[in-house]
Write a protein that binds this ligand. Structure first.
Ligand code: ZN
Length: 169
């Protein structure tokens, strides 16, 4: 079974100076998170090898919902994520014709590569976690009450609310 989110970058890795461009839609693995994708991420990615480094540059539009920081209602947000990453390359590229084979180094705690293939959904997930706003409110502002029936957040309408307000920057 082929995985549509696995991008084979071997040809770029073995040919320093070459690049490849991808435009595709990619689902994201979001298990155990309160984030839901409204649609697959729209990804534009350019992959380039300098011989020693693999450069990933591009962007992804992620249309998702996250829980409201006050009432946990789903809040739709659309994020334009920037991708700008570099990874080391070890070994001699096979295009040099001396029997070598170059591989991508990845010391990420989260698995981003499988051999010389990029696990795009994992890269996007990591970028999303970094670039996701810390707080999202269904009303759009701490000054405007949530769009939920009152009883759902009555227990928050105490000192806790002003405590949270001090934290908004
Ligand atoms: Zn809310």
């Amino acid at each position: 079974m082929s995985n549509p989110t696995l991008l084979d970058l071997n040809s770029v890795v073995q040919h320093p100076g070459s690049s490849e461009e991808f435009r595709l839609q990619c689902p994201l693995a979001l298990e155990n998170r309160d984030i839901f994708l409204a649609a697959p991420a729209e990804v534009h990615l350019k992959v380039e090898s300098t011989g020693k480094m693999l450069l990933l540059r591009g962007s992804a539009v992620i249309d998702c919902t996250v829980p409201c920081s006050r009432c946990t209602n789903n809040v739709p947000i659309k994020l334009d994520i920037e991708i700008d990453e570099e990874y080391g390359i070890s070994g001699t590229p096979s295009s040099y014709g001396i029997g070598g084979f170059a591989t991508i180094d990845s010391d990420e705690p989260f698995e981003i590569f499988k051999g010389n293939s990029l696990i795009l959904s994992n890269l996007l997930y990591e970028e999303l976690m970094v670039q996701l706003p810390h707080q999202s409110l269904c009303s759009g502002s701490w000054d405007i009450p949530c769009n939920t029936p009152e009883e759902k957040f009555l227990h928050l309408d105490t000192g806790e609310d002003s405590l949270l307000k001090g934290n908004t920057d």
